[in-house]
Write a protein that binds this ligand. Structure first.
Ligand SMILES: *Cc1c(COP(=O)(O)O)cnc(C)c1O
Length: 360
């Protein structure tokens, strides 16, 4: 279905004020944003407008009860200079899975896709050309009834804004294995990309940083035995040549980067196991010299190598970064697919085109 999205363009682009070689992450926003309202059971007021502030009522339900979900995705420039997405429909589907868990309305996939296509095409000059850099998209939805009764809201706002991000070369991260706080519990909302998960993780992350670590390695909420995720990234280990990542069990966010890396590595002939992974097994592998790699994955960093992890006061160092073949291959594969320098065997790469061009 084709939606009627009203487009109002900016009078003066801010693009000339941006230095693509020096983009502060998360603080630079491009010219336009997509906005829509959910009222009386339908999405209406579909518009692309200049990026600007909007008003919110003091009783807006999201500010009180936290029905808020989001996505994080990227558009990049291929070597042909055109704008591309990687698996955009996956982000649409995950947004709707989050919506379902948080008792929020779904955004039809064709509306989501039309909105990101129109928006990215309009602001395509905001995509930094350097490999590994991208236009970051932040689709999000929140409850917006002017009412403070506890109930699922009936009015929602769905917004997509974007901003350029430079290549992200995270320093290898030091992880503190959680032994007190939990991120998510089976039956909870760990699988939803919902704001409250982030709020709940701030104190444990801050305490870990005060002790000299970068991120918390989250463990299962029942026994603190099985590994879940690292900070806001999924986590992979390479043990004796095999790639192992915790199985998504309801408490782990189903990362699209995680899924892409699993499929890329399997296609290259690696064994990738998705299964419960106990911290004791990783420590045992470290002791017998078979723990070869550990890396976190997510849209922003793609791959972040883990330097070491600390469990019950003991720090376990991972091998030198130069020897991390599989993590490096995973990152190269995703950056290369996005840049069109690697063949897209899976049909994951989609050109960003506005509706007018699709029909032509
Ligand atoms: C978004 C997110 C990830 C990574 O998901 P991607 O789709 O790969 O970006 C991992 N863990 C958490 C908790 C997240 O919110």
């Amino acid at each position: 279905m084709k939606y009627d999205i009203k487009i109002t363009k900016v009078k003066d682009s801010k693009l000339s004020t941006v230095d693509f070689d020096n983009i502060p992450f998360g603080r630079t926003f491009s010219d336009h944003m997509f906005v829509a309202d959910y009222i009386d059971g339908a999405w209406t007021n579909l518009e692309i407008v200049p990026f600007e502030h909007f008003q919110i009522h003091p009783a807006s339900m999201v500010l009180h009860y936290g029905q808020a979900i989001f996505e994080g995705m990227k558009a990049s420039k291929g070597i042909d200079g055109k704008p591309y997405f990687l698996r955009p429909e996956q982000h649409s589907q995950r947004l709707n899975a989050s919506a379902q868990r948080m008792c929020m309305p779904e955004v039809p996939e064709d509306l989501f896709l039309q909105a990101i296509n129109e928006l990215v095409y309009l602001d395509k000059d905001w995509i930094p050309p350097a490999k590994g850099s991208a236009l970051y998209l932040r689709p999000y939805m929140f409850a917006n009834d002017e009412f403070i009764g506890v109930a699922p809201a009936s009015v929602y706002k769905f917004i997509i804004f974007t901003g350029p991000v430079g290549p992200y070369y995270p320093k290898p991260v030091r992880l503190l294995v959680a032994d007190q706080f939990v991120r998510a519990v089976k039956g909870g909302v760990g699988e939803a990309k919902t704001a409250g998960n982030y709020a709940a993780s701030l104190l444990p992350a801050k305490q870990a940083q005060e002790q000299g670590y970068d991120q918390v390695l989250w463990m299962d909420a029942h026994e603190f035995k099985y590994i879940q995720e690292a900070g806001t990234m999924n986590i992979f280990f390479v043990i004796d040549g095999k790639v192992v990542t915790p199985a998504t069990d309801g408490a782990i966010l189903k990362g699209i980067t995680r899924d892409t890396i699993i499929k890329v590595l399997r296609a290259k002939g690696y064994t990738v196991e998705e299964r419960p992974l106990a911290i004791d097994e990783v420590i045992e592998a470290h002791k017998n010299g078979t723990l070869q790699e550990c890396f976190g994955t997510g849209t922003a960093a793609v791959v972040a190598h883990v330097a070491n992890f600390t469990h019950k006061g003991t720090t376990y160092e991972l091998p030198a970064i130069e020897d991390r073949k599989i993590g490096a291959l995973a990152k190269e594969s995703i950056d290369g697919l996005r840049a069109l320098t690697i063949e897209d065997e899976h049909g994951w790469i989609v050109e960003a085109k506005p509706q007018a061009m699709v029909q032509a």
